[in-house]
Design a protein around this ligand. Sequence first.
Ligand code: AMP
Length: 571
Amino acid sequence: MTNDHAKSFDDLGIDDRVRRALDDVGYETPSPIQAATIPPLMAGRDVVGLAQTGTGKTAAFAVPILSRIDTSARKPAALVLAPTRELALQVAEAFGRYAVHIPELRVLPIYGGQSYGVQLSGLRRGAQVIVGTPGRVIDHLDKGTLDISELEFLVLDEADEMLTMGFAEDVERILSDTPDSKQVALFSATMPKAIGRLAQKYLHDPAEVTVKSSTSTAQNITQKFLQVSHQRKLDALTRVLEVEQFDGMIVFVRTKSATEELAEKLRARGHSAMAINGDMVQAQRERTINQLKDGSLDILVATDVAARGLDVDRISHVVNYDIPHDTESYVHRIGRTGRAGRSGTALLFVSPRERHLLRSIEKATRQSLTEIDLPSAEDVNAQRVARFADSITENLASDNLDLFRGLVENYAREHDVTMADIAAALALETRDGAFLMSPDPPPGERREREPRAERAPRGGGSFAAYRIAVGRKHKVTPGAIVGAIANEGGLSRGDFGNISIRDDYSIVELPADLDADTMALLKHTRIGRNSIDLRRDMGPPRTRGGGGHKGGPRDGNRRPNPKVAGRRGKY
Ligand code: AMP
């Protein structure tokens, strides 16, 4: 990442109320995409940003919009278009967080699958920021319920994804319905030609923000990663702490509040852990670091800023609990270990959705990270048993045994119990009944490592085949099918199985348990001009030759087009 940008949110001229909200959420410094994007957006320029999820791009556009928006009017001034309902909700929530100190500001998410009623009353109440999926925004424009004729800001978030999902026409239509004077920010993880054309046609002399990485990492650091969902990170870290032999450790998280929270949770689990963050006064920070140096503290939970320049020889491990926004901070973070010629281990937690960040780290550092498995309950228990044995060995070497030996021998005589029973009873006194972890569920039920773990059909059920009344003849693409159905039906990508496009219809695998409301909504959903008329696929009607099949999947051509079927993994 280029690093000649603002190092502090104070240098960016953002509104004081927004600045306070950033403090509240615990952001210490702008991420590179924020440092590069906020200044031109504050200056009123259009921006094209090459940025992926996880880089902090939401705040990169939300902060300047909230700093500059006129909240006195009660009509839409900013519109953010996002490809999916989840992203729209996520972005709307982020806007809400950054606007906590702007009480008159209203943010409204509008997406398919939600009733029009809620959206209409939100629009009537005068939301100034609308975050929506293209299909539903078009519906509101058609109905005359959304007026974007006086829009000041338009954001295209994950623009490449919107095009892949078949929203190109909708996006262009929305762009051309807005006043020419509006400011546009376009964010995209990739820059295919179609995005370039879109930018050229609708943006005015945009500032192009490409945050580059150029870095290298030390050879004496072993780099590993563990794929784990956000919810299971704490469990993963506590398992790692039990099975890894470490001396000192730094655990990196993204926000100040997360340093305190995680340190607290680790202490509750019996680890010696403290937080350091940019809020701490220097003396306090130094005291904590000295404790880490002299071995009275083992785990430091830190933000990037707080750990900058930290040089403690005994740090044998760095854990990236939250994946860093950029390669440069990854390199800084892991450089806290492997000091003074020692070897070090760096472990990165990455959720399935963050795999692209892992790939950029590997590309930029030109080193690949080795994947490790979540330590199993068995591994953890083996360590606990070994530590138990070690503590016996250690205490047997103590000089203070004689007194207790006498007491125990008396007890054994008086109560007629064996020495083994007494030893077990004493062990129980210091360790509670949950000394061993219960076994993990069999593989298959615990699917941490599988990228599809977050993509099981909603509710974890099974897929069923559905038929829609658009096919090759209507020039339909898998992207357009996913776009329309996800948008209107409120489904996520993980809810899509195979998609097989036939001449005048297509078969789509969706969760078998779609409820009646969703079915009704999807019946009237359009792709282009055609209503898709979604229904459960019962196979083709029986023909005179008896060649049909009942309830079977699809038609005589049982094998779905492999190219299209291959989409299953993607969506
Ligand atoms: P995004 O790429 O917008 O989805 O953001 C990814 C994550 O980074 C979110 O959890 C944000 O809350 C967090 N984040 C965004 N900006 C910052 C920042 N400057 N410092 C720390 N965390 C941030």
